[in-house]
Design a protein around this ligand. Structure first.
Ligand SMILES: [Zn+2]
Length: 128
């Protein structure tokens, strides 16, 4: 039995911001009962799903997590006070929803969630 089969992985696509990494990992481990969180980061990642080249880069990383580690859950997040994507909360939410649609269009056998990380650096899961 190899690592990928005996442990449960999920995938986080998030900003690189150091304030959000532990909150994301803790929530995913506690709420979704996974052992490990594969983490794909770019500054202001939620806005990048309107950029075809960046989107392909992200997809190639996600595929490793899904195909090799067997991740069954992807969470795309955006956060308060984002230096890489300094837009309103409303705009972040729109971008996160768009990112969810894009990831779902990749037709992978995974559940896709979104999250907004608020001014207290707590995750608000976006039900979709
Ligand atoms: Zn950020």
């Amino acid at each position: 039995m190899n690592m990928a089969n005996s442990n449960k992985f999920c995938t986080s696509i998030s900003c690189m911001d150091g304030r959000i990494q532990l909150p994301i990992i803790h929530l995913l481990k506690e709420k979704f009962n996974v052992d490990y969180v594969d983490t794909i980061t770019e500054p202001g990642v939620d806005k990048l799903f309107s950029n075809t080249n960046k989107m392909q880069e992200i997809k190639s990383k996600v595929l490793i997590s899904v195909n090799v580690h067997g991740s069954k859950l992807i969470m795309i997040s955006g956060h308060h006070d984002c230096a890489g994507n300094p837009v309103s909360k409303k705009e972040h939410i729109t971008q996160i929803k768009n990112a969810i649609s894009v990831i779902q269009s990749w037709k992978m056998p995974v559940k896709v969630n979104g999250a907004w990380i608020n001014e207290d650096f707590e995750l608000e899961i976006m039900e979709i």
